[in-house]
Design a protein around this ligand. Structure first.
Ligand code: FO1
Length: 317
């Protein structure tokens, strides 16, 4: 660990798998108390009466070294006996819940029914899973990402993403409940104390925008140096529907499009070597362009990308 970099105070904004990978790389290179991950909860939903918080779990499992390496979500060495028994009962099977993962949802649901807050439960689980970094759900109040489709339907995120496999064409997004939601306790202070805010390579529309839409978060972030990492590489998504979404919204999917999305708040933008010809597009907005290999195929690459971003941070703050 480079001492100089490890002492930086970092707040990362993250969605699911891509966000979790970079958060893990950052965790390997920062003093544990210096990393806070603020996680999207717009994907949360109830299934079989259980409260499921996919992005929070993905980030926590990844930081704990417990994540399933094939899917990125759920737990490694998982068994599926409950899910198989549910199949025998002809129960809904579009959303797969592993046996050990189920314990997370059961216990979270029990604690919520006792009146505990999502942020408090997350802190408790992190302590049990030996996650030393701070993981904060964006809000303790319900905010739900809704996908408005071009044929006029409003779909909840998991209905769109998992059940309908991202097939419907998107028209716009809104975040139901966001008007009444407050940032989870500690978020604004952590942002104020941070040296740098890092926007992980998550989906800008449905992973990062919900976080920035919570009252006070964007205003606090705007006062800080911010670096975003592109989730689009060579016009393709590293994971998920981000490219499909940009196209359906009438925007050419590219690193430039991602930088433009955040341009009002960015000091630096990290994008892939394959897109290096977009350098001037980024520079035109007075954002520092930083080109590197952004694909994180293994633990070493997560750490290498994190070190490069922390190095860039040093030059910006
Ligand atoms: N994603 C899927 O594509 N299929 C699933 O069956 C599925 C189950 C699942 C269970 C628990 C969990 O925490 C996440 C799960 N995910 C599944 C991933 C998740 O729905 C999405 O990756 C995120 O919401 C998007 O970031």
């Amino acid at each position: 660990m480079d001492k100089d970099l490890a002492n930086l105070k970092v707040v990362a904004l993250a969605g699911g798998v891509g966000g979790a990978k970079l958060a893990h790389g950052l965790a390997q290179n920062l003093t544990p108390g210096n990393l806070t991950v603020i996680v999207n909860t717009g994907d949360d939903f109830e299934h079989f009466g259980l409260y499921i918080s996919p992005d929070v779990d993905t980030v926590c499992y990844t930081l704990a070294g417990l994540a399933n390496p094939e899917t990125g979500w759920g737990l490694r060495n998982e068994s599926w006996r409950v899910f198989e028994a549910l199949e025998d009962l002809n129960a809904p099977r579009w959303f797969r819940l592993g046996d050990r993962d189920l314990s997370t949802h059961l216990e979270r649901t029990r604690l919520l029914s006792e009146g505990r807050r999502l942020s408090e439960i997350t802190r408790r689980f992190c302590a049990e899973w030996k996650v030393d970094q701070t993981v904060l759900p964006m809000s303790d109040e319900p905010v739900r990402t809704i996908i408005r489709t071009q044929d006029g339907q409003d779909l909840s995120f998991q209905e769109y993403f998992v059940h309908q496999k991202c097939q419907p064409c998107v028209k716009e997004f809104y975040f139901s409940g966001v008007d009444k939601a407050k940032p989870a306790p500690g978020i604004i202070v952590k942002i104020e104390e941070a040296d740098i805010i890092i926007i992980c390579p998550s989906n800008p529309w449905v992973s990062i925008d919900p976080i920035l839409a919570i009252e006070g978060i964007k205003a606090a972030v705007t006062k800080k140096p911010v670096i975003a990492v592109s989730p689009i590489v060579g016009g393709k998504a590293i994971k998920g529907p981000v490219v499909k979404m940009y196209s359906e919204l009438g925007i050419t999917p590219s690193a430039t499009a991602v930088a433009e999305h955040y341009k009002d708040i960015l000091s630096g933008f990290v994008f892939d070597e394959i897109d290096k010809n977009e350098f001037e597009n980024i520079a035109q907005w007075r954002i520092i362009p930083f080109v590197t290999n952004t694909i994180m195929q293994n633990f070493g690459e997560r750490s290498r990308l994190a070190i490069e971003i922390l190095g860039l941070s040093k030059t910006i703050i």
